[in-house]
Ligand binder design. Structure first.
Ligand SMILES: Nc1nc2c(ncn2[C@@H]2O[C@H](COP(=O)(O)OP(=O)(O)OP(=O)(O)O)[C@@H](O)[C@H]2O)c(=O)[nH]1
Ligand SMILES: [Mg+2]
Length: 293
């Protein structure tokens, strides 16, 4: 049986670590073990139990304090991740080899790690060699996406990671609990598959008629929206961590993308009844309701 992994990606502060912590808590509620691996050498605080921690291999301070290397925070991070890439057997030892295990990898936020440096791609290839089904979960802070041009810019960032990694991607607009009702309504159009409509909308901050670049930008936005629409490249899901249903729905989409649960035994109705009698009412929706049609 395979193992399963989510690479939790996204810009700095987009909510990756909070997402991991919410998924672990949700897993506890539905009696499902979800382990989190910290891959951020600069991380300092965790709200989730850390299954494995890159800082045991290398920490950002190791690179920045080195008298010969003289790295700043960004160069130091790249150095740490390249060191990690050369020592992936460390990760293999940490992950063990239990079938059916489910991991979240809480990744650093620096975008160059996904677009310029091959470390994440190498990680993906190695995880696939270790029999993992992997999906990228790309978070973007929904507060920055209420305006159309920012949403498109966020989408392009997500797209560049997707092109590099070549794995299924789920795109998530995070922190929806922080939005006003009006902004939540605005956001609905982005989760609608018809991104095309965005191309014809005016952006609220692009209203200066004297701005000679305006029409060029409009054309660019329109062209980008068309590409994304024509190739069905990106679909966004929203995440409101204060709503259990929102987490359930998102996890279900992710599980579908990595085929989690498909190899689980289909239980006979009598078996399920017996199990439910011994249980306090909470059950694993995927394990018990597997539909192998
Ligand atoms: N209200 C609310 N706050 C959130 C949510 N997600 C994250 N935050 C807050 O946003 C800030 C950044 O969240 P993190 O989870 O640390 O973000 P991150 O992407 O892991 O950040 P880096 O690891 O630094 O790239 C923290 O103050 C969180 O408490 C959310 O869904 N709702
Ligand atoms: Mg984090």
């Amino acid at each position: 049986m395979p193992r399963y992994a989510q690479l939790v990606l996204g810009p700095a502060g987009s909510g990756k670590s909070t997402y991991c912590s919410s998924m672990v808590k949700h897993g506890e509620a539905i009696r499902r073990t979800i382990n989190v691996v910290n891959l951020d050498p600069a991380a300092e605080h965790f709200d989730y139990p850390v299954f494995a921690d890159i800082r045991e291999l290398i920490e950002l301070d190791d690179a920045m304090d080195d008298k010969e290397l003289h790295f700043g925070p960004n160069g130091g991070l790249i150095f740490c991740m390249e060191y990690f890439e050369r020592n992936l057997e460390w990760l293999q030892g940490q992950l063990g080899d239990e079938e059916d295990d489910y991991f979240l990898f809480d990744c650093p936020g620096q975008i160059e790690l996904y677009t310029h440096v091959p470390v994440m791609r190498r990680l993906v290839e190695q995880l696939q060699n270790w029999n993992f089904h992997i999906c990228g979960v790309f978070l973007i802070d929904s507060q920055f996406c209420v305006e159309q041009s920012k949403f498109l810019a966020g989408m392009l960032t997500a797209l560049s990671s997707m092109i590099q990694l070549e794995i299924p991607f789920i795109h998530v607009l995070s922190k929806v609990d922080l939005l006003s009702k009006k902004d939540k309504r605005k956001l609905q159009k982005y989760t609608d598959p018809d991104v095309y409509q965005l191309a014809n909308e005016e952006d609220s901050h692009q209203t200066n008629p004297k701005n000679s670049f305006l029409s060029k930008y409009r054309h660019l936005n329109k062209a980008l929206a068309n590409v994304i629409y024509d190739y069905s490249l990106v679909k966004f899901y929203t995440l409101d961590i204060s709503e259990e249903d929102s987490i359930t729905d998102l996890l279900m989409q992710i599980d579908l993308s990595i085929q989690y649960g498909e190899d689980h035994d289909v239980k006979e109705p009598r078996e399920m009844d017996e199990e439910n009698e011994n249980d306090d009412g909470v059950h694993d929706v995927y394990n018990n309701d597997v539909d192998n049609d």
